[in-house]
Design a protein around this ligand. Structure first.
Ligand SMILES: [Zn+2]
Length: 90
């Protein structure tokens, strides 16, 4: 990983730092919304690489698991969470 930039404020710091120090944390796969318990739809796009993952966070917009661009901690109109959300980081 290159260059440690300050993390965006929406981050759950402890989880984000854990992921940064232990990249295997990025292999988490959250299958349902922790608030509503509703199952997330199956991803229809490839999971991003670790590098792509950090890039997308600092861009301020993230692809949802079906490819829609939404807020990093959001979900698209089709019910797909963003990849960081699916990975339990926001
Ligand atoms: Zn969508």
């Amino acid at each position: 990983m290159s260059g440690l930039l300050p993390l965006p404020p929406f981050f759950d710091w402890s989880r984000a730092m854990q992921a940064r120090d232990f990249p295997q944390g990025l292999t988490r796969d959250i299958t349902h919304d922790e608030e509503t318990s509703l199952l997330y739809p199956e991803p229809t796009t490839e999971k991003p690489s670790e590098e792509e993952f950090w890039d997308m966070l600092f861009d301020g917009a993230c692809p949802a698991t079906d490819g829609c661009e939404v807020e990093p901690d959001g979900a698209c109109p089709h019910g797909h969470p963003t990849w960081p959300r699916r990975m339990g980081l926001v």
